[in-house]
Design a binder for this molecule. Structure first.
Ligand code: DC
Length: 244
Protein backbone atom coordinates (compact mmCIF):
# COMPACT_ATOMS: atom_id res chain seq x y z
CA UNK A 1 0.00 0.00 0.00
CA UNK A 2 1.42 3.41 -0.94
CA UNK A 3 2.27 5.92 1.75
CA UNK A 4 -0.74 7.50 3.37
CA UNK A 5 0.04 10.43 5.58
CA UNK A 6 -2.20 12.64 7.65
CA UNK A 7 -1.39 15.02 10.49
CA UNK A 8 -2.66 13.94 13.89
CA UNK A 9 -5.93 15.42 15.21
CA UNK A 10 -4.06 16.79 18.19
CA UNK A 11 -1.69 18.84 15.98
CA UNK A 12 -4.54 20.15 13.87
CA UNK A 13 -7.03 20.92 16.61
CA UNK A 14 -4.90 23.72 18.04
CA UNK A 15 -5.84 26.17 15.27
CA UNK A 16 -9.57 25.63 14.95
CA UNK A 17 -12.61 27.65 16.16
CA UNK A 18 -14.86 24.64 15.66
CA UNK A 19 -14.98 21.12 16.94
CA UNK A 20 -16.24 18.54 14.46
CA UNK A 21 -17.84 15.30 15.65
CA UNK A 22 -15.31 12.47 15.72
CA UNK A 23 -14.48 11.03 12.31
CA UNK A 24 -16.54 13.63 10.40
CA UNK A 25 -16.28 13.05 6.64
CA UNK A 26 -17.34 15.89 4.37
CA UNK A 27 -17.68 15.17 0.64
CA UNK A 28 -17.46 18.12 -1.75
CA UNK A 29 -18.07 17.38 -5.43
CA UNK A 30 -18.49 19.55 -8.47
CA UNK A 31 -17.16 20.30 -11.95
CA UNK A 32 -13.88 22.09 -12.71
CA UNK A 33 -13.91 25.71 -11.58
CA UNK A 34 -16.91 25.32 -9.28
CA UNK A 35 -14.69 26.38 -6.37
CA UNK A 36 -14.75 23.02 -4.62
CA UNK A 37 -10.98 22.87 -4.10
CA UNK A 38 -10.78 26.28 -2.44
CA UNK A 39 -13.94 25.69 -0.40
CA UNK A 40 -12.64 22.29 0.73
CA UNK A 41 -9.35 23.85 1.81
CA UNK A 42 -11.03 26.64 3.81
CA UNK A 43 -13.59 24.33 5.42
CA UNK A 44 -10.76 21.93 6.32
CA UNK A 45 -8.80 24.77 7.90
CA UNK A 46 -11.84 26.05 9.82
CA UNK A 47 -12.48 22.58 11.24
CA UNK A 48 -8.86 21.44 11.52
CA UNK A 49 -9.63 18.47 9.31
CA UNK A 50 -7.27 17.11 6.65
CA UNK A 51 -8.24 18.11 3.12
CA UNK A 52 -7.83 15.51 0.41
CA UNK A 53 -7.96 16.64 -3.21
CA UNK A 54 -8.73 13.45 -5.13
CA UNK A 55 -8.24 15.17 -8.51
CA UNK A 56 -4.52 15.18 -7.71
CA UNK A 57 -4.42 11.38 -7.88
CA UNK A 58 -5.82 11.39 -11.42
CA UNK A 59 -3.63 14.33 -12.37
CA UNK A 60 -0.56 12.52 -11.05
CA UNK A 61 -1.33 9.42 -13.08
CA UNK A 62 -2.05 11.46 -16.23
CA UNK A 63 1.21 13.34 -15.76
CA UNK A 64 3.25 10.20 -15.05
CA UNK A 65 1.78 8.45 -18.09
CA UNK A 66 3.24 11.13 -20.36
CA UNK A 67 6.54 11.23 -18.42
CA UNK A 68 6.94 7.46 -18.73
CA UNK A 69 5.43 7.36 -22.22
CA UNK A 70 2.60 5.03 -21.35
CA UNK A 71 -0.13 5.10 -24.02
CA UNK A 72 -2.87 7.15 -22.40
CA UNK A 73 -5.45 5.64 -24.73
CA UNK A 74 -4.62 2.14 -23.45
CA UNK A 75 -6.14 1.29 -20.05
CA UNK A 76 -3.92 -1.76 -19.59
CA UNK A 77 -0.76 0.30 -20.14
CA UNK A 78 -1.89 2.95 -17.62
CA UNK A 79 -2.95 0.30 -15.11
CA UNK A 80 0.38 -1.48 -15.43
CA UNK A 81 2.17 1.79 -14.78
CA UNK A 82 -0.04 2.47 -11.75
CA UNK A 83 0.67 -0.94 -10.23
CA UNK A 84 4.38 -0.43 -10.88
CA UNK A 85 4.60 2.92 -9.06
CA UNK A 86 1.85 2.70 -6.46
CA UNK A 87 4.11 1.85 -3.56
CA UNK A 88 6.18 4.98 -4.25
CA UNK A 89 3.22 7.38 -4.15
CA UNK A 90 2.58 9.30 -0.97
CA UNK A 91 -0.77 11.05 -1.00
CA UNK A 92 -0.78 13.63 1.77
CA UNK A 93 -3.16 16.37 2.79
CA UNK A 94 -0.53 18.80 1.34
CA UNK A 95 -0.28 17.09 -2.04
CA UNK A 96 1.33 14.22 -3.91
CA UNK A 97 4.84 13.06 -3.20
CA UNK A 98 6.49 10.60 -5.55
CA UNK A 99 9.88 9.03 -4.94
CA UNK A 100 10.18 11.46 -2.00
CA UNK A 101 9.64 14.54 -4.24
CA UNK A 102 6.70 16.92 -3.96
CA UNK A 103 5.10 16.79 -7.44
CA UNK A 104 2.01 18.85 -6.63
CA UNK A 105 3.07 22.04 -8.46
CA UNK A 106 3.72 20.05 -11.65
CA UNK A 107 0.15 18.76 -11.71
CA UNK A 108 -1.87 21.98 -11.93
CA UNK A 109 -1.61 22.79 -15.66
CA UNK A 110 -4.33 22.47 -18.30
CA UNK A 111 -2.48 19.75 -20.24
CA UNK A 112 -2.21 17.58 -17.11
CA UNK A 113 -5.93 18.21 -16.45
CA UNK A 114 -6.75 16.86 -19.90
CA UNK A 115 -4.67 13.69 -19.36
CA UNK A 116 -6.20 13.30 -15.89
CA UNK A 117 -9.68 13.36 -17.35
CA UNK A 118 -8.69 10.52 -19.73
CA UNK A 119 -7.22 8.23 -17.05
CA UNK A 120 -10.17 9.09 -14.77
CA UNK A 121 -12.52 7.49 -17.29
CA UNK A 122 -10.76 4.09 -16.88
CA UNK A 123 -12.80 1.78 -14.59
CA UNK A 124 -9.88 -0.38 -13.40
CA UNK A 125 -7.77 2.67 -12.60
CA UNK A 126 -10.66 4.12 -10.59
CA UNK A 127 -11.01 0.83 -8.75
CA UNK A 128 -7.38 0.88 -7.59
CA UNK A 129 -7.55 4.53 -6.54
CA UNK A 130 -10.86 4.03 -4.75
CA UNK A 131 -9.24 1.86 -2.11
CA UNK A 132 -6.60 4.49 -1.50
CA UNK A 133 -9.18 7.26 -1.05
CA UNK A 134 -11.32 5.25 1.37
CA UNK A 135 -8.33 4.23 3.42
CA UNK A 136 -7.34 7.84 4.07
CA UNK A 137 -10.81 9.09 4.94
CA UNK A 138 -11.12 6.99 8.08
CA UNK A 139 -10.02 9.54 10.68
CA UNK A 140 -12.28 12.26 9.29
CA UNK A 141 -11.55 14.61 6.41
CA UNK A 142 -12.82 17.00 3.81
CA UNK A 143 -12.51 15.21 0.48
CA UNK A 144 -13.16 16.89 -2.84
CA UNK A 145 -13.64 15.40 -6.29
CA UNK A 146 -16.34 14.24 -8.68
CA UNK A 147 -17.68 11.02 -7.14
CA UNK A 148 -16.96 11.41 -3.45
CA UNK A 149 -20.59 11.63 -2.33
CA UNK A 150 -21.80 8.97 -4.75
CA UNK A 151 -19.03 6.32 -4.82
CA UNK A 152 -16.00 6.98 -2.63
CA UNK A 153 -17.78 7.97 0.59
CA UNK A 154 -21.49 7.26 0.08
CA UNK A 155 -21.82 7.16 3.88
CA UNK A 156 -20.19 10.57 4.41
CA UNK A 157 -21.91 12.51 7.20
CA UNK A 158 -22.21 15.61 4.98
CA UNK A 159 -22.19 16.05 1.21
CA UNK A 160 -22.08 19.19 -0.91
CA UNK A 161 -22.32 19.63 -4.65
CA UNK A 162 -20.92 22.91 -5.94
CA UNK A 163 -21.87 24.36 -9.30
CA UNK A 164 -21.33 27.60 -11.21
CA UNK A 165 -22.11 28.67 -14.76
CA UNK A 166 -19.70 27.38 -17.41
CA UNK A 167 -18.67 30.95 -18.29
CA UNK A 168 -17.86 31.82 -14.68
CA UNK A 169 -15.96 28.56 -14.15
CA UNK A 170 -13.87 29.24 -17.26
CA UNK A 171 -13.21 32.81 -16.10
CA UNK A 172 -11.96 31.59 -12.70
CA UNK A 173 -9.71 28.99 -14.27
CA UNK A 174 -8.34 31.55 -16.71
CA UNK A 175 -7.60 34.04 -13.91
CA UNK A 176 -5.87 31.29 -11.92
CA UNK A 177 -3.68 30.20 -14.85
CA UNK A 178 -2.78 33.74 -15.84
CA UNK A 179 -1.34 34.41 -12.40
CA UNK A 180 1.50 32.20 -13.52
CA UNK A 181 3.36 32.49 -16.82
CA UNK A 182 0.69 30.65 -18.81
CA UNK A 183 -0.78 32.43 -21.83
CA UNK A 184 -3.93 30.45 -22.38
CA UNK A 185 -6.86 32.38 -23.87
CA UNK A 186 -10.28 32.47 -22.21
CA UNK A 187 -11.79 30.94 -25.33
CA UNK A 188 -9.34 28.03 -25.14
CA UNK A 189 -10.32 27.45 -21.50
CA UNK A 190 -14.02 27.49 -22.39
CA UNK A 191 -13.39 24.83 -25.06
CA UNK A 192 -11.27 22.67 -22.72
CA UNK A 193 -13.88 22.97 -19.99
CA UNK A 194 -16.65 21.82 -22.31
CA UNK A 195 -14.60 18.77 -23.35
CA UNK A 196 -13.76 17.88 -19.74
CA UNK A 197 -17.31 18.45 -18.51
CA UNK A 198 -18.60 16.13 -21.23
CA UNK A 199 -16.01 13.46 -20.43
CA UNK A 200 -16.40 13.68 -16.63
CA UNK A 201 -20.21 13.68 -16.72
CA UNK A 202 -20.67 11.30 -19.65
CA UNK A 203 -18.35 8.44 -18.66
CA UNK A 204 -19.92 5.18 -17.57
CA UNK A 205 -17.85 4.60 -14.48
CA UNK A 206 -18.44 7.00 -11.56
CA UNK A 207 -19.52 10.03 -13.60
CA UNK A 208 -19.70 13.49 -12.09
CA UNK A 209 -23.10 13.41 -10.44
CA UNK A 210 -24.85 14.99 -7.49
CA UNK A 211 -25.55 12.47 -4.71
CA UNK A 212 -29.25 12.41 -3.84
CA UNK A 213 -28.54 13.58 -0.31
CA UNK A 214 -26.00 16.27 -1.28
CA UNK A 215 -26.73 19.94 -0.75
CA UNK A 216 -26.26 21.90 -3.94
CA UNK A 217 -24.69 25.35 -3.82
CA UNK A 218 -24.49 27.50 -6.95
CA UNK A 219 -21.44 29.70 -6.47
CA UNK A 220 -21.77 31.74 -9.70
CA UNK A 221 -22.52 34.97 -7.86
CA UNK A 222 -21.15 34.11 -4.43
CA UNK A 223 -17.80 34.99 -2.92
CA UNK A 224 -15.78 32.07 -1.66
CA UNK A 225 -16.26 33.08 2.01
CA UNK A 226 -20.04 33.13 1.46
CA UNK A 227 -19.92 29.54 0.17
CA UNK A 228 -17.77 28.49 3.13
CA UNK A 229 -20.22 30.17 5.54
CA UNK A 230 -23.10 28.25 3.98
CA UNK A 231 -21.26 24.96 4.33
CA UNK A 232 -20.42 25.67 7.99
CA UNK A 233 -23.99 26.78 8.68
CA UNK A 234 -25.34 23.47 7.36
CA UNK A 235 -22.84 21.49 9.44
CA UNK A 236 -23.70 23.47 12.57
CA UNK A 237 -27.43 23.09 12.00
CA UNK A 238 -26.97 19.34 11.74
CA UNK A 239 -24.92 19.28 14.94
CA UNK A 240 -21.90 17.94 13.07
CA UNK A 241 -19.74 20.82 14.31
CA UNK A 242 -19.80 22.96 17.44
CA UNK A 243 -18.23 26.34 18.14
CA UNK A 244 -15.39 26.00 20.60
O1 DC B 1 -10.53 18.46 -9.94
P1 DC B 1 -9.41 18.29 -10.95
O2 DC B 1 -9.48 19.23 -12.12
O3 DC B 1 -8.06 18.34 -10.31
O4 DC B 1 -9.58 16.79 -11.52
C1 DC B 1 -8.76 16.29 -12.54
C2 DC B 1 -9.52 15.26 -13.36
O5 DC B 1 -9.76 14.10 -12.55
C3 DC B 1 -10.89 15.73 -13.85
O6 DC B 1 -11.01 15.47 -15.25
C4 DC B 1 -11.89 14.89 -13.14
C5 DC B 1 -11.12 13.73 -12.60
N1 DC B 1 -11.57 13.36 -11.27
C6 DC B 1 -12.45 12.31 -11.16
O7 DC B 1 -12.85 11.74 -12.17
N2 DC B 1 -12.85 11.89 -9.93
C7 DC B 1 -12.43 12.52 -8.83
N3 DC B 1 -12.85 12.09 -7.63
C8 DC B 1 -11.57 13.63 -8.93
C9 DC B 1 -11.16 14.04 -10.17
Amino acid sequence: MPGLVLGTRMEQAIMSDWTPVAGLRIAIDGPSGSGKGTVAKLVGEALALPVLDTGLLYRFLGWLSSERQADIADENAVLKLLHHVISDIEWRAEGIFFENRDCTALLRGEDVGASASKVAAMPQVRHVLLELQRKLSGQGCVMDGRDIGTVVLPEAEAKFFLTASQRERARRRWAQLNQGDSEVSLQQIVEDLKTRDARDSGRECSPLEKAKDAIQIDSTTLRIDEVVDRVLAVLERRALIKRV
